[in-house]
Design a binder for this molecule. Structure first.
Ligand SMILES: Cc1ncc(COP(=O)(O)O)c(C=O)c1O
Length: 472
């Protein structure tokens, strides 16, 4: 796949679909044909999210060394347990992540398939804690005795948290979505008021979910204030840092993440800013034993013989190694830690710090270009590596003009960017306004890509507005 080539996934949809969509072969086509199909049809039509101008999502194409690590795990570490290097590297990578994020060394980490399951696992621990405080073992006995459970988050919380509430048997409606301030951060005062009111009404607060980098704008909830509320009200604090947790590496952002290290649980996604292959999140829970109880795996005879942790096993069946399956939803799982180990081994803490700081600087630079342009408008403060803005024609009448026209105009500008350019931002809605959203997480993006995006939006915006004006 070459980034200079056009993106063919959509334009050649009919072609690749007709090559691939066939009935189950009764006789195998053989390795050579299968590999050729991968090479000629599948890969060339895949997504180019690693292209330097792609700034659409919080995930990116992985870098080379972590991909090699993933491949090596498929070959030599197909199971992450048993005493073997992949099991050890799972452990080591979690230790390194704790150090990188400043999390307590005693907390229990576990790799997950991504941010969705990282949040789910953390909230399973929170649910267990809330229940145990009331004499209920949720993991053993279920939730029948839990009265009106509630989770609290801002209205910017990632929607996978809402689904987690459903999966945990709390129900989606157990999530109370609270208002945000002008910077789209959770209002800690509103949180305190609501917690007190709910408690007075007999509800059971299970957890507060603070966002350390919302997917929409990168806003970081006021962690120290929220931590204080959680301490006062004795509620579990979970921090969803799937996207922005690694922002702590940027000295300019680190003060905003004070409190992360005090949280009861933290979720981060190495498959975002660390650019390891997709399918790698991580959860850290302060109370190791509690996490174990929340995810209790009943003993199984076929594993018991191997349950001792032998440092120097005589055979591979002698020891399971680090028992990550005791702190996770999965039993068998691929080795994810080796990809994180490889990324950190290759780049070091300094390399990651440089990447995160550079990406945040890109977003601030874009915001500066937007603010100094007479035709661009910044729609949200820049905290991490996301910048949301729109095109506003100089002759648009702010007071009298129909604001919906700006939404349609910017939607069209974005469509044209996608079709005609190598700049691929995404979109979102901020306070009811359509926004062009650039998220810098891609290690291949350069400073000139940042400036080019602003100029391209100005140019396409002017052309599109001229057509709009003609048609009106
Ligand atoms: C803040 C936040 N939380 C959770 C998630 C879900 O993570 P995943 O897509 O890895 O399951 C995302 C993904 O964008 C996110 O940005």
């Amino acid at each position: 796949m070459r980034f200079e080539d056009r993106d063919l996934a959509a334009s050649e949809y009919a072609t690749w679909l007709s090559s691939l969509n066939e009935p189950l072969p009764q006789r195998g086509r053989g390795a050579e044909t299968t590999l050729q199909t991968l090479k000629q049809v599948v890969i060339p039509h895949g997504l180019r999210i690693g292209a330097p101008g792609f700034v659409g999502w919080v995930t990116t194409m992985p870098t080379v060394v972590p991909v090699a690590a993933a491949l090596s795990a498929s070959i030599a570490g197909a199971q992450r347990w048993w005493v073997q290097p992949f099991n050890f590297l799972e452990h080591l990578a979690l230790e390194w992540l704790k150090e990188l994020l400043g999390l307590p060394a005693s907390s229990q980490g576990t790799f997950t398939s991504g941010g969705s399951t990282a949040n789910l696992i953390a909230l399973a621990a929170a649910r267990q804690a809330a229940c145990e405080q009331r004499g209920i073992d949720a993991s053993r006995d279920g939730l029948a005795a839990l009265v009106k459970p509630r989770l609290y988050a801002s209205n910017q919380v990632h929607h996978v948290v809402i689904r987690a509430a459903a999966v945990l048997g709390l129900g989606r409606r157990a999530l109370v979505q609270l208002p945000t301030d002008s910077a789209l951060r959770l209002d800690a005062g509103a949180l305190r008021d609501r917690l007190r009111r709910d408690k007075a009404e007999g509800c059971t607060p299970v957890a507060v979910v603070a966002s350390a980098g919302t997917v929409n704008t990168g806003a970081i909830d006021p962690l120290p204030d929220i931590l204080q509320v959680c301490r006062d009200e004795q509620v579990w604090l979970h921090v969803d840092g799937a996207y922005g947790g690694f922002g702590i590496l940027d000295p300019e952002v680190a003060p905003l993440l004070q409190g992360l290290t005090e949280a009861d649980s933290v979720a981060v996604d190495p498959h975002k800013w660390l650019a390891v292959p997709l399918g790698c999140g991580a959860t850290f829970v302060r109370d190791r034993a509690l996490l174990g109880r929340a995810l209790t795996l009943e003993p199984a005879e076929y594993l018991e013989g191997a349950a001792s942790h032998e440092e120097t096993p005589g055979s591979q069946f002698d020891g399971l190694g680090y028992r990550f399956h005791d702190f996770n939803l999965e039993q068998s799982a691929r080795s994810r830690g080796v990809t994180v180990w490889a990324a950190l081994h290759e780049m070091g803490a300094e390399g990651m710090r440089e990447r995160v700081t550079r990406h945040n600087a890109f977003a601030r630079h874009l915001a500066g270009l937007v603010q100094s342009s007479p035709v661009l408008e910044l729609l949200a403060p820049v905290t991490l590596s996301i910048c949301c803005f729109r095109y506003v024609p100089a002759d648009f009448q702010a007071g009298n003009g129909n604001p919906k026209v700006l939404d349609s105009l910017n939607r069209e500008v974005l469509t044209r960017l996608h079709r005609e350019h190598r700049h691929i931002p995404s979109s979102t809605e901020i306070n009811g306004r359509f926004a062009i959203r650039a998220c810098y997480i891609n290690p291949r993006t350069t400073p000139s890509d940042v400036a080019d995006l602003a100029r391209a939006v100005e140019r396409i915006g002017a052309e599109t507005w001229a057509r709009f004006a003609d048609g009106q």
